[in-house]
Design a binder for this molecule. Structure first.
Ligand code: AMP
Ligand code: MG
Length: 485
């Protein structure tokens, strides 16, 4: 039952049981003229919130009014940004508290873009409507795809102007996540706290995300393994869906294993391992093909921050930590291989699967084939006669070998194609579509295309007729996204 009196809020503030070092009490800044631009009624229901009143509550989602039970904070953290270590923190985010859902789950409710905090450095603490709508759309699409992610509850415009390269409309996003504890939070504790602070953070994080190991004797090493395994599964999932995060800095790696921080992220169109969209990633550090390896680098940073807890003698802990990172490397490959088998309808395992998979990907790269639509066409058994990939001799040979494989399986062809349907999305939030719907919303105030795309992305595996218009090959484009605006 939701509590209608208080809109269903059931907020706790357990993060504030941690040492003061980890947060600062801060209130969101006031907005001049809040208007609720988008509101996620389905997510609100899952959280136990009562939308009848809340869906008109621009004041809460713009930061003018605190929900019942909120004692807001900004969280401290650090991180390696493009390889360099720096002090960070919630520069423009304020945590309302943790909503305990009717099922007993705990979710952070956080405003992003609600003004300066003690961690803002030179920033204004504000956010712009376009990028906040973009985060809303992409994060909800990720959820639809079945990829662990922070969610978006609302976007409110503030009525204020934010100055970037031009004056732009200000907005606040309400983000929902299992928590905002990051690898960077541990790096912060290691750098600026003592061993007790670090231990408090680790024990708190385990109780919240990995309660099954919270009492174990060797729990800090097990914790490293658990987090690394979640990362392996997550990053493999990104690879399988063609998602490029864009800023895999250690402050953007959530201990919960959720995708967080949608800045210059995008989905790849043509398959190319070097694909990068971020305008600030000049070296291609976070290119598509590098993501699994960067995950290992990030896990090594996480391991370093835990060494003092793993063994009295840090030197003794190093080989154990190394082994955990090596396990991650094997796991990310194993999760990926398992997912690729499903994308191709392969049931069971054999040694030559990897060769079959790799040769398809190599051909896709050679012929600049669209990643999503190649798997979509294979799933629907509709190989376009105009496609240079599908018409190539090399592909025809590959296709025969693949068909032979499917026919030799004990499972039926029908089962194989059903499996493919569940693992190959018929649509993704393609860059040109996202740009189109954002332009309509921001410049014309027309949210109709935004909502239509959002609805189509709710179940990208449905293969409905309505989804078809979003599935056509995209126009050739040179697309870039700009970070943190
Ligand atoms: P991000 O690139 O979003 O992961 O942010 C990196 C750091 O910069 C974090 O400490 C953010 O909180 C902070 N930050 C990003 N944008 C702003 C802004 N407009 N105002 C203040 N702090 C910001
Ligand atoms: Mg970040």
């Amino acid at each position: 039952m939701t509590d209608k009196q208080n809109q269903g809020w059931s907020l706790e503030n357990t993060y504030q049981q941690l040492p003061k070092l980890f947060f600062t009490n801060v209130k969101p800044a006031k907005a001049d003229a809040p208007v609720l631009a988008v509101y996620n009624e389905k997510l609100a229901a899952e959280l136990g919130l009562d939308s009848s009143a809340l869906k008109h509550e621009a004041e809460i989602f713009a930061g003018n009014k605190l929900p019942e039970g909120s004692n807001p904070i900004a969280q401290a953290y650090a991180g390696h940004q493009f390889g360099s270590f720096t002090m960070l923190g919630d520069g423009r985010a304020v945590l309302f508290g943790e909503q305990v859902t009717p099922k007993g789950e705990r979710y952070d409710i956080q405003l992003k873009g609600s003004g300066r905090t003690p961690y803002s450095r030179g920033g204004d603490g504000r956010a712009v409507l376009g990028p906040m709508l973009r985060e809303y759309l992409i994060s909800e699409a990720m959820h639809g795809l079945g990829i662990p992610t922070s969610r978006s509850l609302a976007v409110a415009t503030t009525g204020g102007t934010v100055f970037r390269e031009a004056p732009l409309p200000g907005a606040v996003l309400t983000r929902v996540a299992e928590s905002h504890i990051r690898v960077g939070t541990f790096q912060y504790a290691r750098q600026w706290g003592n061993k007790k602070d670090l231990q408090a953070l680790a024990d708190y994080s385990m109780k919240r995300h990995y309660p099954e190991i919270a009492e174990d004797e060797n729990r800090y090493l097990t914790f490293l393994y658990k987090v690394a395994d979640k990362q392996a599964e997550l990053i493999a999932d990104w690879q399988l869906k063609g998602f490029i995060h864009g800023v895999m800095n250690t402050d953007n790696v959530a201990i919960s294993g959720e995708t967080i921080d949608y800045g210059p992220c995008a989905f790849m169109d043509q398959y190319d391992r070097k694909t990068v969209f971020s305008s600030i990633d000049q070296q291609g550090r976070y290119a598509y093909g590098n993501q699994p390896g960067i995950g290992a680098w990030n896990m090594a940073r996480f391991a370093e921050s835990l060494l003092v807890l793993m063994d009295e003698d840090e030197e003794e802990a190093i080989p154990k930590a190394k082994e955990a990172v090596e396990t991650y490397v094997q796991s990310v490959e194993a999760y990926w291989l398992d997912g690729m088998r499903k994308k191709l309808g392969i049931i069971g395992q054999s040694d030559d699967d990897k060769t079959l998979i790799r040769s398809l990907l190599d051909l896709m790269e050679k012929y600049h084939a669209d990643f999503t639509n190649t798997f979509r066409a294979l799933t629907l058994q509709q190989l376009d006669a105009d496609s240079v990939l599908f018409q190539s001799t090399a592909f025809k040979e590959w296709h025969q070998a693949w068909q032979d494989k499917l026919e030799s399986q004990t499972a039926s062809l029908e089962e194989a194609y059903q499996l493919m349907k569940r693992h190959n999305p018929s649509i993704i939030p393609r860059n040109y579509l996202v740009e189109e719907v954002l332009a309509a919303a921001v410049t014309e105030g027309d949210y109709e295309p935004f909502h239509a795309l959002l609805t189509a992305l709710e179940d990208p595996y449905a293969y409905t007729e309505e989804q078809e218009k979003y599935a056509v090959d995209p126009p050739e484009q040179d697309f870039q996204t700009f970070c943190g605006t």
